[in-house]
Structures are given as C-alpha cells and as structure tokens.
Design a protein around this ligand. Structure first.
Ligand code: FMN
Length: 260
C-alpha cells in the first residue's frame, strides 16, 4: 500500500511537472510576437522622444502613426553610404529584421575595436540602422543610433540631427546601467534640454558638441553630470566617436552632398 502511494505520488509529481512545462513553453512561444511588438513599440517611442516628437499620454496608435513617417534605412559604415541590396545580400542581412546590437557580437558582421576603442564598444557592427524623417524640403530629421561604455555598462541611445545634418535635435538613452542620482542623470529632462540646438561640427568639420567635465564653459558644451565623472566621460567619448570618422561622419558628408 505504502509502495503504491509513493509510486502514485511520483506519477502525479511527474505529470504536474510535465503539465507545467508544457504550459510555460506554450506561454513563452505564444507571447513571443507580443514581446517583439512591445520591444518595437519601446524602440519607436525612444526614437520619437529623442526627436522631440513624443507628447505625454500618446496612444500606441499615435506612436505607430508618427513612427510610420520615418524611413528605416541601413548604412554601410565602411563606405559611409546607404547599404545597397547587393551588400546586404552578400552579408546575409534582411533589412526588416536586422539587429545591429546582435550583429556587433557576430564576427562576420562586425569589426573588433581592440587597440583603439575610445567609446569602449569592443566591436562595431558594419551596418547601422538609421531613421530618416523626410520633410517638404528634403530631410527633416535624422536619427542615429549611438552607444558606448559608461561606468557600469553600455549606454544605448539615439542622437537626432536636424535636416541641416549639423544641428543637434536631441540625445536620449533608452538603456544603461548607470546609478540613479549619479550617472543616470543622463535621463533627466533638464540635462537633456541642453542638447537641442548645439552644432555637431565646427567650421573645420571637427566634432564641436562636447560634454564638459564640470559646468559648461564655452559655446557648444553640455554640463558634465555632477558626481558622475566617468559617465560624463563615457557620453562625451561615445558622441565624439559616433560623429567621428569611424562613426557617421562619412555618411553625413555623403548625405550632405547627395551621394549617400
Ligand atoms: C555606489 C556608487 C555608484 C556610482 N555610480 C556612478 C555612476 O553611475 N557614474 C559615475 O560616473 N560615477 C559613479 N560613481 C562615482 C565614481 O566612482 C567616481 O567617484 C565619480 O565618477 C567621480 O570621479 P572623480 O573623482 O574622478 O571626479 C559611483 C560611486 C559609487 C560608490
């Protein structure tokens, strides 16, 4: 009788485990499209926020409608031009599903930054996704993905340029590991409000927008984050890098001359 009870208990436990694992797996698979949709919504919201187009309380439909105005394009960072169909085909990339963060971990789709890595990114994907907002007179805004090392991890965000491809429209980070009250001040509206209107480059074509170590002392500078020197340095370095020659500078030059 005792033996039979143990066997029954084991069977019930096993069946329960099996049932639960089927339930969890089904839920995980079933929710995947929803998770992907939420991830895209979050990304689009961040792009709109960086572009200064997101108003509080906007619905999902509003966000979808506004984001639909952007063209999603891939840039070949080696050539500084929009990626051609042949280049994407040769790299095995589908532009609709391309994920530059994943690509940066794939040796076939990225280059190592070892030895000269001012932004601390370790690897750089060969293709970047940019978001173009067309206007009545050509380009209205250009959203560039930027990332680099802070104190505790990588900061991921978007730098938005006005249609002149020189005036900063905004900078917004959608993911980082910096400390609340210190490095996480990158999210504070007051700090972010300093970015719009700053020229990205000076007349010599050098990157002009800088994050100061302390309070900004000259035109074009952004205040450093008090008590967070390392995050401040990280943000300054990543902006210098992505606006520089190994980042988007060649692409912006080509875009300005209509040769992208
Ligand atoms: C718990 C803790 C969290 C910190 N978080 C940050 C941070 O997010 N960003 C940052 O730059 N510094 C952070 N710091 C402070 C740095 O360690 C460092 O002291 C600070 O960047 C100032 O550098 P400085 O002394 O060279 O000016 C943190 C310190 C502690 C103890």
């Amino acid at each position: 009788m005792g033996k039979q009870t143990a066997k029954q208990t084991l069977t019930v436990a096993l069946l329960l485990c099996l049932g639960c694992s089927v339930l969890v797996s089904t839920a995980a698979i079933g929710l995947k499209p929803q998770q992907e949709a939420n991830r895209l919504l979050d990304r689009n919201k961040n792009i709109l926020a960086a572009a200064g187009l997101l108003q509080p309380g906007q619905s999902r439909a509003d966000i979808d409608r506004m984001f639909a105005e952007f063209e999603v394009r891939l840039v070949n960072l080696d050539t500084g031009r929009y990626a051609s169909d042949d280049e994407m085909k040769a790299a095995g990339i589908d532009p609709r599903t391309y994920d530059a963060r994943k690509a940066a971990r794939d040796p076939a789709l990225s280059v190592s930054m070892k030895g000269d890595d001012p932004a601390g990114i370790q690897r750089k994907a060969r293709f970047a996704t940019v978001y173009v907002l067309p206007g009545d007179q050509g380009l209205r805004q250009l959203v560039l993905p930027v990332y680099g090392a802070g104190l505790w991890g990588m900061l991921y965000g978007f730098l938005v340029l006005e249609g002149d491809l020189n005036t900063v429209k905004g900078l917004s980070f959608y993911e980082h590991k910096e400390t609340p009250g210190l490095g996480a001040k990158v999210d504070e509206p007051d700090w972010k409000a300093q970015w719009p209107g700053k020229p990205a480059y000076n007349d010599q074509g050098e990157v002009a927008v800088r994050v100061a170590k302390g309070a900004a002392t000259r035109e074009g500078e952004i205040d450093g984050l008090s008590g967070a020197t390392l995050t401040t340095r990280g943000v300054d370095s990543l902006i210098q890098f992505w606006l520089g020659e190994r980042g988007f500078a060649p692409f912006l030059q080509h875009l300005k001359t209509g040769k992208a």
